[in-house]
Write a protein that binds this ligand. Structure first.
Ligand SMILES: Cc1cc2nc3c(=O)[nH]c(=O)nc-3n(C[C@H](O)[C@H](O)[C@H](O)COP(=O)(O)OP(=O)(O)OC[C@H]3O[C@@H](n4cnc5c(N)ncnc54)[C@H](O)[C@@H]3O)c2cc1C
Length: 415
């Protein structure tokens, strides 16, 4: 798609918008259907440098937006951990960042968007205008139609730099204490945990918290385009016995407690390694991200880590963040108050599916939810339990749209 005013093609099979494929599973796929490649909608439409209100087409990358906005003193109000997502894709998954307690999801900062429907309609949706479609489309997994443009309220920043503090913690309880203490003092917070540590130390990790750096005339430059993984190795480099040693080393690594850092390595560490996903070998990997309610989060995360240890599998990337109470505008939005845990597992066939199904059960028992943007295999009954608004949402799906994800989580209802 290159023309935001063009009608959608009339196609015999279902269609689905595709942003930049930065989702981990099948929310951006429609088997047997047609993908509408939205990346071609890549123009900026208006930018008020005094107020930070920016309107752009939906295929603009977050990276392109930042290159325009940061020199003018503005930043994304909420950013996911990759700057290679499109604005439309970020809206459709209602992405969250490391500042959820203060800013909520991206959808809270969306003022308006254009929605192209298969009946020929091109609607402008705001919280007041076509309000139901506004709520269904934010976090609506691309199913309500094609988002053609988005108007966002950006957040003011004094510079491209952050003042980052890094602290090592020895057990899960310390993570929760640090996370609580940081809510008032820091805008951004995230922790890595070593889920392969011996049982007594399983929740140890490294906590990073940051605020925008003010009053700096100069700071570190953005890192140069880094290494790229040139080919897929025949076996996973991020897996196996080496992982335990890597995690131990990473935890012990001496690091400076206070640093001034450019926004790129802080917000987008994986973007610094091109094609990093190849490190998981030819069979790839699956990610699992869940959120657990505050009252049960410590016990539930311990139970998840025990289940992972019992399975003999490890996760290279195990990341904890806090979600606050600011409600998402989206009907199907994933973030809700609590603690979110994201894990990567090298794919090992049935054993990996069995482990992730066990994790889903634990999340369901704890009253949490699993993130569709990171999913490729959750069961329909789990999805419907995690997202009770699914039925109301489904009334807003464009009849010409579907996705492999949606068919999968609805398949058992069709029986
Ligand atoms: C390294 C990495 C870190 C990440 N960190 C985070 C994080 O911290 N927080 C977080 O929330 N997510 C995170 N993600 C997930 C990522 O931000 C989301 O999956 C995002 O939605 C991907 O955007 P995309 O443009 O690539 O869209 P795609 O993955 O191509 O599509 C995502 C969804 O958006 C829909 N869509 C795309 N464009 C449009 C459009 N124009 N109109 C309507 N629907 C559309 C698609 O149909 C699909 O349902 C991360 C992903 C990676 C790879």
């Amino acid at each position: 798609m290159h023309d935001r005013d063009a009608a959608l093609p009339a196609l015999p099979a279902p269609m689905l918008a595709y942003g930049n494929g930065r989702s981990y599973g099948d929310v951006c796929q429609v088997e047997g259907g047609s993908l509408l490649r939205a990346r071609g909608l890549d123009r900026f439409i208006a930018f008020d440098r005094a107020t930070g209100v920016l309107r752009c087409e939906a295929g603009v990358l977050l990276d392109e937006l930042l290159r325009l906005a940061v020199p003018a003193g503005w930043f994304l109000p909420v950013t996911p951990g990759t700057r290679y997502a499109t604005v439309g894709g970020a809206l459709a998954n209602d992405v969250h960042g490391k500042n959820h307690p203060r800013a909520g999801t991206l959808g809270r900062h969306v003022r308006a968007f254009g929605l192209r429907r298969s009946d020929g309609g091109h609607l402008t949706c705001t919280p007041q205008q076509h309000a139901e479609l506004f709520a269904a489309t934010i976090g609506g997994l691309g199913l309500t139609g094609l988002v053609t443009w988005v108007e966002l309220q950006l957040g003011a920043v004094a510079s491209p730099w952050l003042a980052v503090e890094t602290l090592r913690f020895g057990e899960l309880a310390e993570f929760f204490a640090l996370a609580d203490a940081s809510l008032a003092s820091h805008e951004h917070a995230v922790a890595w945990i070593d889920c392969l540590a011996p049982r007594g130390r399983r929740g140890r990790g490294v906590f990073s918290r940051a605020n925008a750096a003010c009053g700096l005339a100069d700071g570190p430059a953005p890192p140069r385009p880094g290494l790229s993984v040139p080919f897929t190795p025949p076996f996973p480099l991020l897996g196996g016995p080496g992982l335990r040693s890597f995690n131990r080393l990473y935890w012990h690594l001496p690091r400076r407690r206070h640093r001034i850092v450019h926004y790129q390595p802080f917000f987008y560490p994986l973007d610094g390694i091109g094609q990093w996903n190849r490190l998981y070998g030819p069979r790839g990997f699956l990610q699992h991200q869940c959120v657990l309610p505050p009252s049960v989060a410590p016990a539930a995360i311990a139970a998840l880590l025990d289940a992972i240890a019992d399975s003999g599998t490890g996760s290279f990337l195990a990341v904890l963040k806090t979600f606050g109470a600011l409600a998402s505008p989206g009907l199907l939005s994933f973030p809700r108050p609590g603690t979110t845990l994201a894990l990567d597992f090298p794919f090992r066939g049935e054993a990996t599916f069995a482990l992730l199904a066990r994790l889903d059960d634990l999340v369901a028992e704890a009253g949490g939810a699993v993130y569709p943007a990171k999913d490729a295999r959750m069961r329909g009954d789990h999805f419907r339990r995690f997202f009770p608004a699914w039925e109301t949402f489904s009334r807003h799906i464009d009849p010409a749209f579907s996705s492999s994800f949606w068919r999968r989580v609805m398949a058992d209802l069709a029986d």
